[in-house]
Write a protein that binds this ligand. Structure first.
Ligand code: GAL
Length: 450
């Protein structure tokens, strides 16, 4: 019997997924190519040369996946909409059958009492936009707002709340700075304009969504940063990492300013990207902050003076997931308290939009421990005054884990990627009981709708 977390009765339980990781059907019903289709075709880009042309075949099996959520008893489902299904080249008229897919999905969720929480961009930019410069160009921000308007016009009557972007930090760093994700650019600090253009795109889309009466969130990847020691050099390195990972993406939204980057050889305008009026638009453009948390980060002063202003160092003495990621549940409590301290009254209500771990076993007691620890950490932060409104497990079903292909399994539900058979794990049953216990109902009973 799960421990019943001390969280308010209105607290929302959910699961998160992303279009490219589960849908497959990349060439069906008029979908255009995305940067991930091009990237997965690059030799050596993805472990075992895996690709996502079929992924979990969710594009065809969505009723079965929604049935799994219904049985789980979640209040809400965070999924993402594939921009290249809605606008195959990222601009111009909509592709009706692409939008129709999300329309059916939305109706089916609602018919089971599950609130849809769509993310408009989870990294699958239409390739045609990338060919014109992708997020390095300002125009992509305007195209994003246009796509948001088309999508909200179709689904907005049933969707009360949207997430604009998923993890602009990870997209900038892995996609444009280091080349480990699509579009595979290796621009290092020259990638910084993509951070601003994503935030600008978010803000322009937020305006469009709010005009239509919706609430707007962004899902930011956040991490509490620790210096390897108390030396001034390590402390400065920790401050640099905290600035580039966390503050760069949260400060403009909540305070209307970028943090001071002058110490890191970056100009205040992020490579000339920030124009007059942009920050006023970005400031207060969220009604809630989505926080994706996986682990803390430890850093030391850089060994190589000419490179980045920090080195990442391993976290010792803690368990690790199958992916090798450190398991530090209290890092989530610490992160939430740090957000509270940094932003004070300017902080908006938080939803944990992703938290989870990779473990392959069907009897995945490690995942149960992981989730239990992190949910307790959320409850502790709430008890200490942080306004957290919901928690979404990453993820429902094992899926295409980006550069790792299918080798990492984050699902509450195991997927046999040959037969597409779904098998709920121990953690699925545990989460189902936890939700029911918190709600005071039978497992799998209909969720509270917002
Ligand atoms: C997040 C990302 C998800 C998922 C997860 C686990 O950064 O938003 O798509 O891959 O990490 O690695």
């Amino acid at each position: 019997m799960p421990h019943i977390p001390a969280l308010p009765p209105t607290f929302r339980w959910g699961v998160s997924t992303a279009a490219y990781q589960i849908e497959g059907a990349t060439e069906e019903d008029g979908r255009g190519p995305s940067v991930w289709d091009a990237f997965t075709a690059r030799p050596g880009a993805i472990r075992n040369a895996h690709h996502a042309r079929t992924a979990c075949d969710h594009y065809h099996r969505w009723p079965e996946d929604i049935a799994l959520m219904r049985e789980l008893g979640v209040d809400a489902y965070r999924f993402s909409i594939a921009w290249p299904r809605v606008q195959p080249t990222g601009r111009g008229p909509v592709n009706e059958s692409g939008l129709a897919f999300y329309d059916r999905l939305t109706d089916e969720l609602l018919s089971h009492g599950i609130t849809p929480l769509p993310t408009l961009f989870h990294w699958d930019l239409p390739q045609a936009l990338e060919d014109g410069g992708g997020w390095l160009t300002r125009d992509t921000a305007y195209r994003f707002a246009e796509y948001a308007a088309h999508t909200a016009d179709r689904l907005g009557d049933r969707v009360p709340e949207w997430i604009t972007l998923n993890e602009p930090f990870v997209h900038t760093v892995f996609g444009y700075a280091l080349g480990r994700h699509a579009p595979g650019r290796t621009l290092l600090l020259d990638a910084l304009p993509t951070a601003h253009h994503q935030l600008l795109g978010h803000a322009l889309a937020a305006r469009v969504l709010r005009e239509r009466g919706a609430r707007v969130l962004i899902a930011n990847n956040c991490t509490p940063v620790h210096p390897a020691s108390g030396t001034p050099a390590d402390l400065a390195a920790a401050e640099a990492y905290d600035t580039l990972h966390n503050h760069l993406f949260n400060d403009p939204l909540l305070t209307g300013r970028y943090p001071d980057l002058s110490g890191y050889a970056v100009d205040e305008e992020l490579g000339g990207a920030v124009l007059d009026g942009d920050l006023a638009l970005i400031h207060q453009s969220v009604d809630g902050l989505g926080v994706n948390y996986y682990n803390p980060t430890h850093v030391s002063a850089p060994a190589d003076a000419g490179g980045l202003p920090f080195d990442l160092v391993p976290i010792e003495g803690v368990p690790r997931t199958a992916f090798g990621w450190p398991v530090v549940p209290d890092g989530l409590r610490e992160l939430l308290l740090r957000l509270g301290r940094r932003y004070g009254q300017a902080l908006v209500p938080i939803t944990i939009t992703e938290n989870g771990c990779s473990y392959p076993a069907l009897d995945d007691t490690e995942r149960v421990d992981f989730l239990d620890g992190h949910i307790r950490a959320v409850a502790d932060a709430v008890a200490e005054g942080i306004d957290v409104r919901g928690y979404f497990v990453w993820t429902l079903i094992d899926n295409f884990e980006w550069a790792e292909g299918y080798t990492q399994r984050f699902g509450l539900v195991h997927v046999d990627h040959t037969t597409q058979t779904r098998t709920p794990r121990t953690s699925y049953r545990w989460y189902r009981e936890l939700i029911a216990a918190h709600r005071g109902t039978r497992p799998g009973a209909p969720g509270a709708t917002m």
